[in-house]
Design a protein around this ligand. Sequence first.
Ligand code: SF4
Length: 319
Amino acid sequence: MSPKQTYPWGHDRPINLASNFTKKEFGGRAQKVTLDAGFTCPNRDGTVSSGGCTFCNNNAFNPSYCAPEKSITEQINQGINFHKKRYRKATHYIAYFQAYSNTYAPVDILRERYFEALQHELIDGIVIGTRPDCVNNEVFSLLEEINKKYYLIVEYGVESVYDNTLKTINRGHSFETSKRAIEQTAAKDISCGAHFIFGLPGETKEMMLNAASIISELPLNTVKFHQLQVVKNTKIGRQFKENPLLFKQFELEEYIGFIIEFLSRLSPRLIIERLAGESQPEYNLSKKWNVRYDQVLRQIEKNMIDSNTWQGKFYKKQV
Ligand code: SF4
């Protein structure tokens, strides 16, 4: 099979990558600028629970410029300067409301924060990360208003398609809740993304691979996958110190093999935002791969090309 002519996403890389999609959308590389807009989370403030998800420590993933004491504009300015050094080719910037649950506040506050980002002269759109149980009619009305004029993606933390896993990690919502939020978002014509973690306690490799067909049937536009990273100051971190064998710790080579098999079963329609995570090294308690994400991605693509595999090779649409 000649990949150059046959990949349905129109380029010669074996994965339907978001970088290619945003290049088409914006005419150049678009870089996300992470923001902490000062929201909290119902799984931490006692509304759903006060313990939070067992893996959660937002500080381990937030870049240094990102802090709720700073205004949205200040964080965007500092974020753009930060990224200019690492990603010189970026020509467009997307404000990424990432920390905690970014639809969990009164709608007038949400409006103020989102529009402060959208009115920044260098920002081309926003991505809003949130929990699937933090959207309602009022929030959807605001999102629909934004969606008419601006580039918008709503990204849900789904984490697992299995309710037992969601219970074990104290997620505080079921997979059905995620499915419903995704379907409601898609029905309003708002682009929708979802985040999943591989290696959560209790999930076997077979279960993780089987999730590909379940995820493929969701009306999602983008997907993000991470290996479980055990970080400091989390419940999982404490459990890990007591008994590391409770957790599936992927070696780099093993993860690359797994993700290739997973991608081969995933719908080619889904745009891949990310295939592995990178927490800040000082927080990481689990297996350290000591390679940057772009090197991991390059290796995945190389192995796929060498083995004549591509995203969706074995995908079968459910009837
Ligand atoms: S991972 Fe997200 S939903 Fe879970 S406790 Fe942390 S901020 Fe809340």
